[in-house]
Ligand binder design. Structure first.
Ligand SMILES: [Mg+2]
Length: 345
């Protein structure tokens, strides 16, 4: 699934060259402008990579009426710009497409970053009909994605000026994490998270909205939805966990997943702390999270370890999963006091 399209400016988003016509700046290409709007409405992010001064990005924002989550205007290589944008937005290269009218630029990016989908503007005009650009159900979170990245930029700027600890910053900006039982109306967003999350996903198995609907209603299981907001804005539903309690006194968590937007904001640690404490309160002696061991979900496994969970030596079984487990006696990982927990039946 493509989460972000990085666009060239000259003769791609603009029907002309920005620096060649200072008296009459070129208009937006009407076909590309409508692709920008269509993809944005589905939650695909846009970014700019251009050999131009930074003012060109402001001009493109204005003339297309589109939000760009990141822009790299300068004289370096396009491949470096695409890699920097991917890192800035916490994406992986296979979630990124790059569009440029210049065949040489496309070849350079394709060679340096083979996981990036490289397209000409003509291809991009068709892209809206390709499945990797179009989720079947557009969630509220998807529609507001570009806005949330804008909030994120302001949050990061404030954070880099803040002198205290990360925890003090999260408190200062009014971070609010809400953990509550999922309801039927959350199923589409849970499905979207299960498809889109990789760095913070324990199972690596995408589930359909209907499957989440079944899990939400199933007795003996609890699906919790995690929401995140702060003074910069509301990120909506950013994560979830599915739990099962077995007769032997073990709480098993077959799925923990979290949007990468929540990285560094105390949300996953809060959820894991809450899971430990809830399991202990329910009388469980052990909490287990079977976790697929992949290169991509290292951040998930680090968070499990930070919550005191350890995988048995020899790690992954035949299915590629390692069981991360911890005893629920003794001191449990904390849940920060900014976490609101709605009543769990
Ligand atoms: Mg160009």
């Amino acid at each position: 699934m493509i989460k972000c399209v990085v666009w060239d400016i000259d003769n791609t988003v603009l029907s002309g060259v920005y620096l060649e016509s200072p008296d009459r700046l070129p208009d937006a290409d009407p076909v590309i402008a409508s692709v920008l709007r269509e993809l944005a409405s589905r939650g695909v992010l846009h970014a700019l990579a251009s050999r131009n001064p930074p003012e060109a990005a402001d001009y493109v924002r204005q003339v297309t009426g589109t939000s760009f989550a990141a822009a790299r205007c300068g004289w370096g290589s396009k491949a470096d710009a695409v890699a920097a944008i991917t890192a800035e937005l916490d994406l992986t290269l296979d979630a990124v497409a790059f569009v440029d009218d210049d065949m040489i630029e496309r070849a350079e990016v394709a060679a340096a970053l083979p996981r990036v989908l490289v397209l000409s503007p003509e291809d991009a005009a068709d892209a809206a009909s390709w499945p990797q650009f179009g989720p079947a159900v557009v969630t509220d979170e998807a529609r507001r994605r570009a806005e949330m990245y804008e909030q994120r930029r302001r949050r990061q700027a404030a954070s880099s000026k803040f002198a205290g600890t990360r925890e003090e910053f999260l408190r200062q900006v009014g971070t609010r994490v809400t953990i509550a039982p999922a309801v039927a109306g959350d199923a589409a967003r849970l499905h979207e998270l299960s498809v889109r999350t990789h760095q913070l996903n324990s199972s690596g198995v995408p589930l359909g909205a209907a499957e989440f609907g079944v899990l939400i209603r199933a007795p003996g299981r609890l699906v919790v939805a995690v929401r995140l907001a702060d003074d910069f804005g509301d990120d909506g539903l950013v994560g979830a966990a599915v739990t099962e309690l077995d007769d032997a006194g073990t709480w098993s968590v077959p799925l923990v997943m979290m949007s990468c937007r929540a990285l560094g904001r105390g949300v996953l640690d809060s959820l894991l702390g809450w899971l430990c404490r809830s399991a202990a309160r329910a009388g469980a002696r052990e909490l287990q999270v079977p976790c697929l061991v992949t290169e991509r979900n290292v951040p998930m496994r680090l968070a499990l370890a930070a919550a005191g969970m350890r995988a048995a030596a020899g790690a992954a079984g035949a299915d590629g999963r390692a069981i991360f487990a911890r005893s629920l006696s003794g001191e449990l990982p904390p849940v920060p006091d900014w976490v609101t927990v709605e009543t769990v039946p």
